[in-house]
Each structure stands twice: as C-alpha cells, then as structure tokens.
Design a protein around this ligand. Structure first.
Ligand code: FPP
Length: 261
C-alpha cells in the first residue's frame, strides 16, 4: 500500500473540482445494518441485502463529486460463511445483482473495479464475474472501487506472511528485506493508498476484521443510520466529521508542518 502519511498530492477525481479541500481521498465502508433494516420492516434479511446494493449504487455515484478517488466496501467477510446457508447464497448473489445492472456504466464512467480477498471458496461463476469486472475496467483511472469479498484482515495478513515465507524458503528474499513497505505490497490491497476514513454505519463501533493493517492511521467515523438508508448526505456528514479531525500520524503539528516525534 503506497505511503501517504503526509498531505497527498494526488489530483482530485474529475468531477470533484468543487469538493472541499481536505476531503478524504480513500474512503472505506463497512456496509452494516441490512438485517436490522429488513427486520424493522417485517421483511426477510435478503431484502435488506438487496436494498444494501441500492445504497452502494448511490454512494458509488456520489463519491467522486465529494472528492473521493478510492472507495473500498466490505461486501462479504471470511466470517460471514457462518451465516445460514440461504443467507450466504443471497450474499454470494449480490455481486451479480450489482454488476449485471452497473458494470457497463462503471466501465463507461472511468471506474476501475478491483476485488479484494480470497478467491478460494468462491464459486467459479463468481470468480469469473469478479475477474470480468476487473478486466473490463482495467484501463480506467478516474475512480477506484474495491469490493472486499471473502475478505478478512487477519486472513489477508496471514496470506501475505505465508507468501513472504515461501519467497524466503525459495531463496528469493532475504528476511532482513521484509519491512512495512514490502509487507504492504504483499497484501491484497497492494498499490492502494491507505484509507483516510473508515465509515461504519448502523451504530456498531468496531472494525470487524476490515483492513486491519491498512487502518493504522485511518480516521474512524461511526454513524447511526442503517446501510440501506445511507445516502450522499450521510457521506457528506462523515466527510465533515473527518475534516474536523486533527491528523498527526504519530508526529506533532508545529507551524502547520508535520514533525515526526
Ligand atoms: C452486514 O449487514 C452486511 C453484509 C454482510 C453484506 C453487505 C453487502 C452489501 C450491502 C452489498 C454488497 C454488494 C456487492 C456488489 C458485493 P448485516 O446483515 O450484518 O446487518 P445486521 O447487522 O443489521 O444484521
């Protein structure tokens, strides 16, 4: 993951010219609260997840205009396999539901899609769909959408450690060469800037195994809205909260210059 511990020089996404200065460039979201949203309406949880896809669509559309360039969303965790089989089947169908309706538009609008997480354990159809989305949008660079699917922060760290151990065992890597940069580049998030802001709606206040390594200096914002109700106003509110934070990255702020301390 690229180091962005100082103010980024990345250009704003096209269309974000009016975005407030200091907006987060990389926002990550735990899309939580689908089940409760459905329960409140006397609906099956599956309908909550489907409404969650609509919310994802709204946020992908709104994000570039708010100055966001990278958006990473948690679609299915390595722990979600423990849910009832019917719900797992519904969750597995969500990427199809989303890309069937949206892939053409994402492709046309310059969005690059990337799936994060383990492909093992996913059906061949689903892997093919994720790869198709990645392949068809590979040339895009206006906005970057990462879908974490069968993803767990601990699993990602363990997988990276295993890959590095294999490199060492094969004599291709010196143990002394392993540092934070090399480790970052071995995670499934390699090449992405670290998230500036991680949002969790639904009132829960935890990371639930999302981006554990990458979250080191992310600002965390928790909101009381359930994900299917999430809209651009909620995202703007989270950005306002983010902009009021004092980010020091372990240093101290002196005369507006960050000094490592
Ligand atoms: C958590 O809510 C949400 C999920 C496990 C799934 C989230 C996925 C989406 C919103 C759509 C994903 C779309 C793509 C393209 C992958 P919950 O079920 O735990 O809600 P609860 O805490 O209220 O029960």
């Amino acid at each position: 993951m690229a180091d962005r511990s100082k103010t980024s020089t990345e250009p704003a996404a096209p269309g974000a010219e009016g975005a407030p200065a200091g907006a987060p460039l990389h926002v990550a979201i735990v899309m939580d609260g689908n089940g409760r949203w459905a329960h409140k309406r006397g609906l099956p949880r599956t309908l909550g997840h489907r409404a969650g896809v609509e919310a994802l669509r709204r946020i992908v559309e709104a994000a570039p205009g708010l100055g966001i360039r990278w958006l990473t969303v948690f679609g299915f965790s390595t722990e979600n396999w423990s849910r009832p089989a019917a719900e797992v089947a519904e969750l597995m169908a969500l990427p199809k539901r989303y890309f069937k309706a949206d892939l053409k538009r994402l492709e046309r609008e310059g969005v690059r899609v990337r799936a994060l997480g383990r492909r093992d354990g996913l059906s061949q159809d689903l892997v093919a769909l994720l790869e198709e989305a990645e392949h068809r949008t590979a040339g895009n660079d206006r906005f970057f959408l990462q879908i974490a699917f069968n993803y767990g922060g601990q699993a990602d760290i363990a997988d990276a450690a295993r890959r590095l151990a294999q490199e060492v065992a094969a004599g291709r890597l010196e143990p002394s060469a392993i540092d934070e940069r090399v480790f970052s580049q071995t995670l499934s998030t390699a090449g992405l800037p670290p998230p500036d802001l991680i949002i969790r709606p639904s009132g829960e206040q935890r990371l639930s195994n999302f981006l554990l390594w990458e979250a080191a200096y992310a600002e965390l914002v928790f909101q009381d809205v359930l994900w299917p109700d999430y809209d651009s106003g909620c995202l703007s509110e989270a950005i306002r909260t983010f902009r009021a934070r004092d980010r020091r990255f372990g240093g101290v702020v002196s005369d507006d210059v960050l000094v490592a301390g």
